[in-house]
Design a protein around this ligand. Structure first.
Ligand code: O7M
Length: 219
């Protein structure tokens, strides 16, 4: 089975460990805390050394187009970037999307966050924005499996990536069974005594879980 984990790197993980992990993950999500800790240059150099299919920068951009472009142009070593969708299209996400398209980079939009305080009452507006922007993918909390399934039915060609697994309470594999493409996992891996074996065990749990939900995974 292809790897279904995107490692959320909000804390420094040494290159020796990353090198052992690279074949066990689909993607690496670079968080703002990591960039603030290490500095951009060190992050760029670290990323250059690893062989991981997709490097995603997660600053959850939410600004005017000009400013978001000024941020991403400094990080073009990444394959894709995450922005909020509630900021709307004109003068903001439309400019970011055109810029990323021009550079051959992907855009993910946050559709629904994993924490309990996230308000889903503006979901229909978020769906309108997603329809208009047509991003590579969307972020939906793994804690909201019903929402994952309904988005998967409505936006079948858009990738769903789901955080909130492990420490935040969602079970490994549940988001994928509900229709997500990948699960974003951070602390459960990088705070483990042995992150490499922890990740291997998580991959096994996901694999077993997905075998059991086969047939029920929305197309
Ligand atoms: O597994 P954790 O809880 O240590 O980390 C979760 C990661 O997912 C962390 O990098 C968060 O910034 C991110 N995340 C959420 O936890 N909840 C959300 O709703 C959205 C994200 C996210 O990745 O948004 C792009």
């Amino acid at each position: 089975m292809k790897n279904r984990v995107i490692l959320a790197m909000d804390k420094y993980i040494p290159l020796e460990i990353l090198s052992e992990i690279e074949s066990e993950v689909y993607g690496l999500k670079i968080g703002l805390p990591l960039v603030l800790d290490l500095g951009l240059e060190k992050v760029r150099n670290l990323v250059k050394e690893v062989n991981i299919e997709e490097i995603i920068v997660d600053f959850k951009l939410a600004d005017i187009g000009y400013v978001m472009k000024s941020v991403v142009e400094k990080m073009l070593f990444a394959d894709s970037f995450i922005a909020h969708s509630f900021i709307g299209v004109k003068g903001s996400l439309d400019e970011l999307k055109s810029y990323l398209d021009e550079k051959g980079k992907g855009l993910y939009l946050v559709a629904s966050m994993s924490h309990s305080g996230w308000n889903n009452s503006f979901l229909s507006y978020i769906k309108e924005v997603i329809k208009e922007i047509n991003p590579k993918g969307i972020v939906i909390g793994a804690t909201k499996t019903d929402l994952i399934s309904s988005f998967k039915r409505e936006f079948s060609s858009i990738k769903i990536i789901s955080p909130g697994v492990g420490v935040q309470g969602a079970n490994y594999g549940d988001a994928i069974c509900a229709g997500a493409d990948f699960e974003i996992i951070g602390r459960s891996i990088y705070t483990a005594k042995d992150p490499v074996n922890q990740l291997k065990s998580i991959n096994k749990i996901i694999e077993d879980r997905v075998m059991n939900c086969k047939g029920r995974v929305p197309k």
